[in-house]
Design a protein around this ligand. Structure first.
Ligand code: NDP
Length: 308
């Protein structure tokens, strides 16, 4: 019997217990999944970073910590964590991010907000074709690549930027510090799908915002600290940035007094771009436990040095 500790906020147990048990059974794994075990008896920890569990040292037998979320910034630097850490790559979450990003890119591209606002007069305007609207992704990982591919299929000229070189069909790829400004220089819409690390904090700040064409639009479904908030507000006020749709923030929930709420050129969404989907995510957890038990390499291992 494999002992798996479910370490997450209590409300998650009701959502995940049945799908996890079903996924273990489908994989032929005999797993005892519980919210409580003596630490020395635990083989795997299924983890959500809002869990009260912060000291991993007593989990001496634990073979891996399996994160339920894609982002690992709240656990990756934990000095007590010596066990392998795997992040979540969930096909359901990825589809959800593709829908959110595609929806908001099309909203900007077709100026749907202006159409909704112009309900009192007949004033035709012709939006450009997708092929005339360059879109740039900062981050070309699991989510950035899936979204970039969806937009190339709609005809958008897509560029992307990552830490390491990439070769993706239909996507102009840039990498490293020198590639950032070239990636931004033609972008009418910028999508942030980077992890929150020391290197990516404030990546969109005064200098990089100034590198964009005037009137660019920003989508941030990545993480709040990727944006220097004061610099973005200044760029919105001058019109350098025409609009920003922000799903993630340094403090969540976004405090009621935050200037983003009232800003006429900001849309706030409450961290809903892509939720982990219990059924598909449970299959990923089961696959990794199966791999751990059969001495195969774990999927989606986090690189502690890089922080993602
Ligand atoms: P991945 O780890 O697969 O991809 C991260 C990408 O960022 C990679 O292309 C990586 O480059 C790039 N990157 C990292 N550091 C740097 C750097 N210093 N310079 C340039 N590029 C860098 O992550 P995912 O695509 O799965 O997820 C991205 C983020 O999306 C998550 O970390 C999370 O914060 C956020 N997210 C938000 C959700 C929401 O609901 N709003 C839901 C899920 C995730 P390289 O390819 O070279 O390694």
């Amino acid at each position: 019997m494999i002992n798996a500790l479910f370490a997450a906020h209590d409300t998650r147990w009701d959502t995940y217990a049945a799908p996890l048990k079903a996924a273990f059974q489908a994989k032929g794994l005999e797993v005892d999944l519980r919210q409580d075990f003596p630490p020395e008896a635990v083989d795997y920890i299924v983890y959500a970073p809002n869990s009260p569990l912060q000291d991993f040292a007593p989990y001496t037998r634990c073979k891996a910590v399996l994160n339920l979320w894609a982002g690992v910034e709240r656990i990756v630097g934990n000095p007590t964590l010596t066990q392998p850490l795997c992040r979540m790559v969930d096909p359901g979450l990825t589809r959800s991010m593709v829908e959110w990003v595609t929806g908001h890119v099309l909203r900007y591209h077709l100026d749907i907000d202006a159409s909704i606002a112009r309900q009192d007069r007949w004033q035709p305007f012709v939006p450009p074709l997708a092929e005339e609207r360059p879109v740039t992704f900062l981050g070309l990982g699991e989510l950035g690549q899936a979204c970039a591919q969806a937009l190339t299929q709609l005809g958008f000229p897509v560029s992307g930027w990552a830490r390491t070189p990439k070769d993706l069909p239909g996507v102009t790829c840039y990498h490293g510090p020198d590639g950032l400004e070239p990636a931004l220089s033609a972008a009418e819409i910028v999508v942030l799908l980077l992890p929150d690390t020391k290197e990516t904090e404030n990546i969109l700040g005064a200098r990089t915002l100034a590198a964009l064409p005037k009137g660019a639009r920003i989508l941030n479904p990545g993480r709040g600290p990727l944006i220097d908030d004061a610099a973005l507000l200044a760029a919105l006020d001058t019109g350098q940035v025409a609009h920003a749709t922000l799903d993630v923030f340094r403090t969540e929930p976004l405090p009621a007094e935050h200037p983003y709420w009232a800003h006429p050129r900001v849309t706030v969404t409450p961290h809903i771009a892509a939720e982990t989907r219990p059924i598909t995510a449970s299959r990923v957890i089961a696959e990794n436990i199966h791999r751990g038990e059969t001495d195969q390499p774990l999927l989606y291992l986090v690189d502690r040095l890089q922080g993602y």
